[in-house]
Ligand binder design. Structure first.
Ligand code: PAF
Length: 278
């Protein structure tokens, strides 16, 4: 496994593998956990060459404190990646990705005005900026993203379509801690008590999926919000049952199309997201 920090070094390494070789790409912000390693394992199984990027992208943080406290530990990340079959780790400094300001403004229409897009203004524009740059550098045939970031996946798919990029986006299932809590780099920032309490999020979503036959959409949305807010450690920012394609809120279970309940919850200062299929 080779660690490279510059675009030119990465291009050089990729050229050594040959132009025709299909590259699998796992973009990350580091603080790797089992969820990331699952993406890497899938990429390794499906591609002869695999690149993992580790870059905490300042442009996608709307809250400077969130950026400051985001966990960073390159040494530990490299240790976790050793032996996964990943060939190259691209860990650039910010100047390497953004030699000047990136003024590009993407337009994802209604996909970006709801949920994460509504509560984290500018977040998805920053995600699209960095992912488009990383795709340009790595030139992957396939790129792997976790379904925990459900809306991010829709945005990336829309971006790939808009820019006609020759990359297949592979959506991978959420990986969970034993308690059911969705794996996230931010979980590291939770106290042991809060981490235990945060398991209520997934438990409540699972129960909601079971109750969907008995309650209306509105009732389910209220029930989930109230149940989680009953914990003194947790505060729901939003819970919405949305159409998988449009990401717009549904009114009735009888509406066509697949549906997912998406949630954002504050556990103290730490913001967690999760989702469940209905
Ligand atoms: O999901 C993430 O970790 C980030 O949003 C991504 C895709 C690596 C872009 O910085």
């Amino acid at each position: 496994m080779i660690l490279v920090k510059t675009r030119s070094a990465l291009s050089e390494q990729l050229q050594l593998t040959g132009n025709e070789v299909e590259v699998g790409f796992v973009p990350t912000m580091g603080a790797l956990h089992r969820g990331h390693l699952t993406l890497v394992a899938r990429a390794v199984a499906e591609n002869p060459v695999v690149v993992v990027s580790i870059f905490v992208n300042p442009n996608q943080f709307n809250d400077p404190d969130d950026l400051k406290r985001y966990p960073r530990n390159l040494e530990a990340d490299l240790k976790l990646l050793e032996g996964t079959g990943c060939h190259m780790v691209f860990a650039p400094e910010a100047e390497e990705i953004y030699p000047g300001p990136d003024n590009r403004k993407f337009n994802f229409g209604k996909l970006e005005t709801v949920m994460e897009g509504k509560h984290r203004p500018g977040h998805f524009n920053g995600v699209a900026q960095v992912v488009s740059k990383l795709f340009d550098i790595v030139q992957p045939r396939r790129a792997y993203f976790g379904l925990k970031d459900f809306q991010q996946l829709a945005i990336i798919n829309a971006m790939v379509k808009q820019l006609s990029l020759p990359v297949e986006i592979v959506a991978c299932d959420i990986v969970r801690e034993e308690s059911g809590l969705a794996m996230s780099s931010r979980n590291e920032l939770l106290s042991p008590e809060d981490r235990k309490e945060a398991a209520l999020i997934n438990q409540t979503l699972n129960r909601a999926a079971e109750l969907a036959g008995e309650k209306t959409v509105k009732e389910i949305e209220n029930w989930v919000t109230e149940t989680i807010n009953n914990s003194p450690a947790l505060t729901v920012e939003y819970f919405e049952v949305v159409d998988n394609e449009s990401l717009q809120r549904i009114g009735n279970w009888s509406e066509e199309g697949e549906k997912t309940g998406c949630i954002a919850v504050y556990c103290g200062k730490i913001r967690l997201i999760d989702n469940v299929r209905f």
